[in-house]
Design a protein. Structure first.
Length: 277
């Protein structure tokens, strides 16, 4: 028998306030407070590659070693989080292996994040370019929970909602959120935009109602697929128009979420059986 309600939440920018730093390796430029999705969508053939690496280990690597040494023996753990056009994992790994980029490119951005978010949620990644056959950007992100997150999760549980996380980040990073009561079995790591959509669609078979909570364009498909879509603008107060158009509810603080879930389905703008545009 279907259970009542599932709440699927993005992580970066949705439940965590993020600080992101990237390096344009070709131009030797540091980019702060970037939106990863926008960097990827600048041109076709780009993909965000997330290696299953503990960021803490990176600072002990030799700066002049090839960046590909970080994935040696860990190729199976390399995942594509999102891409501007289809690119296979095998192709991404091939680009990483042949890249001329050095470990210091990743160390540099990670050290900047460490200085801002010490001992907090951290993850690293690289953008590969299929046309150039090269790593174009190194990235590091750090995050801290938005105020009241623990209470939000507790209130959702008291409402009988099962909370799931669907994130483009690695499981190694996401597992740190278990201290907030998140069930690791309900965490979907390295989830691409289409994968998030599939997760929501799959949960709709097991739950009467599925709520999706996200903040970026990489959540767009999942927001469309959900029974109730909630857009949070706590991190980015100027969200893309497409997100605003598909959202049933827009919130400025994650602490607003439990009341929206409690009021559902009275606040549902799209009645059952009617497709969102």
């Amino acid at each position: 028998m279907p259970r009542d309600i599932a709440v699927v939440m993005d992580v970066a920018g949705t439940i965590l306030k993020m600080y992101r730093v990237a390096k344009d390796i070709g131009r030797d430029i540091i980019l702060k407070k970037i939106v990863t999705w926008e960097l990827i969508m600048e041109k076709r053939g780009r993909a965000l590659v997330v290696p299953q690496i503990d960021p803490k280990l990176i600072i002990f690597c030799r700066p002049d070693d090839p960046l590909c040494t970080l994935i040696e023996g860990r190729e199976d753990g390399v995942e594509i989080s999102c891409s501007s056009s289809p690119i296979s994992k095998d192709e991404a790994v091939s680009i990483l292996r042949r890249s001329q980029a050095k470990v210091r490119e990743l160390q540099e951005v990670h050290q900047l994040v460490l200085a801002r978010c010490p001992e907090r949620y951290q993850t690293v990644g690289m953008i590969v370019d299929e046309d150039l056959q090269e790593i174009t950007h190194s990235l590091s992100t750090g995050g801290v929970p938005f105020p009241g997150l623990q209470e939000v999760l507790s209130r959702l549980e008291s409402l009988g909602a099962d909370v799931y996380l669907a994130s483009g980040d690695s499981m190694r990073s996401l597992v740190r959120l278990k201290d907030y009561g998140i069930n690791p079995k309900r965490v979907y790591a390295v989830a691409s935009p289409r994968r998030k959509q599939e997760i929501v669609a799959g949960l709709k078979k097991d739950y009467r109602r599925v709520v999706m909570v996200g903040d970026g364009l990489n959540d767009l498909y999942a927001l469309k697929a959900a029974d109730l879509s909630v857009l949070t603008v706590q991190q980015d107060t100027r969200p893309a128009l497409e997100l605003c158009q598909v959202a049933d509810e827009i919130i400025r603080d994650i602490q607003e979420l439990p009341e929206i879930v409690r009021a559902y389905p009275r606040n549902l703008l799209f009645p059952p059986g009617r497709e969102k545009k």
